[in-house]
Design a protein around this ligand. Structure first.
Ligand code: SF4
Length: 279
């Protein structure tokens, strides 16, 4: 079940153009799939326009994901936007929902609060795959209510903790044997409001704790990076600059000497194994 303050009930005609921000409750995704609607993930850079376009509506010093949402929304003008304004997303999205409602009078903006608790599992997070492809597949998977395909878990040599970055190019720096943690793991599990899962990490593998600049998750990312025996905190704004990329590259290269004990690493470590789904 979900809580959804649907201010204006949408019609039943099919093939609407739907924008989503964050992860709509599963019941909504099921309805959109059944109607054959076209879904645009507004969190991702879809339209090739300058992010400065958002500055008329949002401060420049603001999360680049939500600035991207505004650029996409004013360019694509979807029929309906479902925007998660609850703990599965953030207060910045709550305020962005108000702004979108005001600046897009022809679009029905529907705030949702996703409290879904059904664990779908996280096979992509632990599979062997280029990290960029893996995060693309995870972000795409939120548009479907279908169960995930089973994939074998690889032995991890690195960890990526955090949200999908606005600039995916930094993901190409990671090895294919990178396991994914943080809110991205919550995404694949279809439980965006799952604090324990979000705080999970594997202390046996060097891990980058990533957050978007100006996001409240910077606090958690930095805190967990300090607790982790081999963690590095990185935040990026609109694009991942050379210095952030160099930091990540150096950290990963220095962290992964070909030591025999790497092969003895546990495939996954779970701090909260009694409460979390098994992976
Ligand atoms: S990165 Fe942080 S501030 Fe930006 S949309 Fe995600 S949760 Fe909100």
């Amino acid at each position: 079940m979900y809580t959804c303050s649907e201010k204006k009930e949408i019609g039943t005609e099919s093939n609407k153009r739907i924008g989503i921000v964050g992860i709509p409750p599963l019941a909504i995704i099921q309805r959109l799939e059944a109607a054959g609607d076209t879904i645009f993930d507004l969190d991702e850079p879809i339209v090739k326009k300058d992010i400065e376009l958002a500055s008329s509506y949002l401060p420049r010093v603001f999360c680049a994901i939500l600035r991207t949402v505004v650029v996409n929304a004013i360019s694509l003008k979807p029929d309906v936007i479902y925007i998660d304004v609850g703990p599965g997303k953030c207060d910045c999205a709550l305020h962005t929902a108000t702004i979108l409602t005001d600046i897009l009078p022809e679009t029905t903006v529907i705030p949702t609060r996703n409290h879904d608790r059904t664990d779908f599992g996280t096979p992509l997070c632990t599979a062997r795959m280029p990290l960029l492809d893996k995060l693309s597949a995870i972000t795409k998977s939120v548009q479907s209510a279908r169960p995930h395909l089973e994939l074998p878990a690889c032995i991890p040599t690195a960890g990526f903790w955090g949200v999908p970055p606005r600039d995916f190019s930094l993901l190409s720096l990671f090895p294919e044997t990178t396991h994914v943690f943080g809110w991205t793991r919550c995404m694949e599990n279809k439980t965006p409001d799952h604090q324990q899962l979000e705080e999970l990490y594997n202390p046996d593998i060097p891990t980058i704790f990533f957050a978007q600049s100006f996001c409240a998750k910077t606090a958690l990312a930095r805190h967990l990076a300090k607790k982790h025996p081999h963690g590095l905190y990185v935040d990026c704004d609109v694009t991942a600059g050379n210095s952030a990329k160099a930091k990540i590259q150096a950290f990963l290269e220095l962290s992964m000497p070909q030591k025999p004990e790497i092969s003895n690493r546990k495939s996954e470590f779970c701090f909260f194994s009694s409460d979390l789904p098994t992976f």
